[in-house]
Design a protein around this ligand. Structure first.
Ligand code: SAH
Ligand code: F3S
Length: 482
């Protein structure tokens, strides 16, 4: 890994990111969604100005930060286990180590964390990272410190992230924060606050900077990217109160995508996550217009049953979802689509579950992220509904969903065999040192012999074989995008 990084421009950038003169060591790790990984890069940037460089070694760390996820109970249990590990290292090797909890669990549990987990010195919610310098001063003085205030404006648009564990090829750029959707099962609106969009100018500047550092692919991030709306700042829900000038010069998601694709025509763009209720035709048209916007949409649906969709407060029906899928495939026939699905939401019957399976049969998703329902404290579902589907039933339904997805994934990967596809090389293949691993436009992993190519190259690859998750091929030359 070290070696590849040395071979490309980002290797130098990574070294430069370690600020000269910094003497303190930060160990930072992230759990959960891509936004958390992206937020940790913002935190590392803020702390680089406070004398901290990152380390991969817990035993050396002056400060350990864990960026946490609350989406399901299991995610929280994983973080609790990590805290035990930090505790063991602190006791055996590193008594001066300070420990901070960031992200959604910090926001959800607040001071409770300091009471329950004696190892924790610092608790910081997702909108309060700019307060870290003050909070760390308190910690240095031997006190516990906490800031979990949610913001209506904070987008960290003015902070240039330090790229952590980067392959130097692909990066995340966040464009919105928070979520206003209030799906009844979901804790995110409570932990990440109201939805707000980031100034497009600062997004474009970050993208240009990434290009200059050698990056070739950017994924635009938000809980719900399709509802991106910039009109000079402010909450999404207050747009109606904006003046005529603000409305006339506003930028929606399709316009932002168009801007990105035109500003860096050789860079690939992806985005995540889309919400069916906010996905508009102009986004599909913009994708179809630009070759450098990848043909892949992560379009969570959660359930195929109209009754359950309603109980979940998802603002669309199964029929409207099919219409959206048809429109996507009409304009972009080879567009890959992936799902998130939840089994065993309260009151889900066998018939509802069959609706989920039949929806999957219609779409035949390329990939999927599938979960058993996990009741989250404070959500509407927890307050108003009984978690009444037995665990064994949830698990059995989940297994059926996973098996069907595996069948569809294989069906989709098989469609690529025999074609020549453009792949952006990211890293060594896990299975062999002699192969590169990258992704095609549809986000499927492609593995092929290295030849003289290197990470960051766009290569045309003839696909010869596949599994349900990976395409295997032979390189046939550089693509014209190089
Ligand atoms: N819009 C978000 C979705 C966040 S949560 C995004 O950017 O990804 C990711 C997925 O976790 C959801 O789509 C849903 O399928 C799953 N999920 C959320 N809350 C859940 C819960 N209480 N139980 C099980 N799965 C859940
Ligand atoms: Fe959660 Fe629904 Fe928003 S899944 S992140 S409340 S779109």
């Amino acid at each position: 890994m070290e070696k590849i990084i040395d071979e490309n421009k980002q290797g130098e950038a990574l070294v430069l990111d370690q600020k000269a003169g910094n003497t303190r060591k930060l160990f930072i790790e992230s759990y959960g969604c891509q936004m958390n990984f992206s937020d940790s890069e913002i935190v590392a940037s803020i702390l680089a100005n406070q004398g901290y460089n990152t380390t991969q070694n817990l035993e050396d760390a002056d400060l350990v930060l864990v960026n946490t996820c609350s989406i399901r109970d299991k995610a929280e249990q994983t973080v609790r286990k990590r805290l035990e590990k930090y505790n063991a290292v602190k006791r055996s090797h590193n008594p001066k180590m300070k420990v901070g909890v960031l992200g959604c669990m910090a926001e959800r549990l607040k001071t409770q964390f300091l009471e329950e987990e004696k190892i924790v010195d610092l608790v910081v919610g997702p909108d309060a990272y700019k307060d870290l310098p003050n909070l760390l001063e308190e910690v240095d003085e031997g006190h516990n410190a906490i800031n979990v205030i949610l913001s209506k404006e904070e987008t960290y648009g003015d902070i240039s992230p330090v790229r952590l564990n980067s392959n130097g090829v692909s990066a995340f750029v966040s464009i919105t924060r928070g979520c206003d959707n209030m799906c009844t099962f979901c804790v995110v609106p409570f932990t990440r606050g109201r939805e707000r969009s980031r100034d497009p100018q600062s997004i474009i500047e970050e993208i240009n900077d990434l290009w200059n550092k050698g990056f070739k692919e950017v994924t635009l991030l938000g809980q719900n990217v399709d509802s991106y709306l910039w009109y000079g700042g402010g909450l999404k829900k207050d747009f109606d109160k904006a003046n005529d000038m603000q409305k006339a010069t506003s930028v929606n998601f399709a316009a932002l995508l168009d801007m990105c694709a035109k500003t860096q025509p050789k860079m690939r763009f992806r985005f995540s996550t889309s919400n069916p209720q906010d996905f508009t035709m102009d986004v599909i048209e913009t994708m179809a217009k630009h070759q450098n916007i990848c043909n892949y949409i992560h379009l969570p649906v959660q359930s195929g049953s109209n009754r359950i969709l309603k109980e979940m407060n998802r603002q669309h029906t199964r029929e409207e979802y099919f219409e959206l899928i048809d429109n996507i495939k009409k304009l972009i026939p080879d567009c890959a689509i992936s799902q998130d699905m939840i089994s065993g939401f309260p009151t889900e019957t066998e018939e509802d579950h069959q609706d989920t399976l039949s929806l999957m049969e219609y779409v035949k998703y390329d990939f999927g992220f599938m979960f058993a329902y996990s009741e989250r404290p404070g959500t509407l579902a927890e307050r108003k509904m009984e978690d009444d589907v037995p665990e064994t039933t949830k698990k059995r339904r989940l297994q059926e969903i996973i098996e069907l997805q595996q069948k569809h994934s294989l069906y989709r990967t098989q469609q690529h065999v025999g074609k020549i596809e453009e792949v952006l090389i990211e890293k060594h293949s896990k299975r062999s040192e002699a192969h590169w691993s990258g992704r095609n436009s549809q986000n499927t992993v492609v593995v092929f012999p290295k030849g003289d190519y290197k990470p960051g190259d766009f290569v045309n690859v003839k696909i010869t074989e596949c599994t349900s998750t990976t395409l295997i091929g032979e390189p046939v030359g550089y693509s014209e995008n190089n």
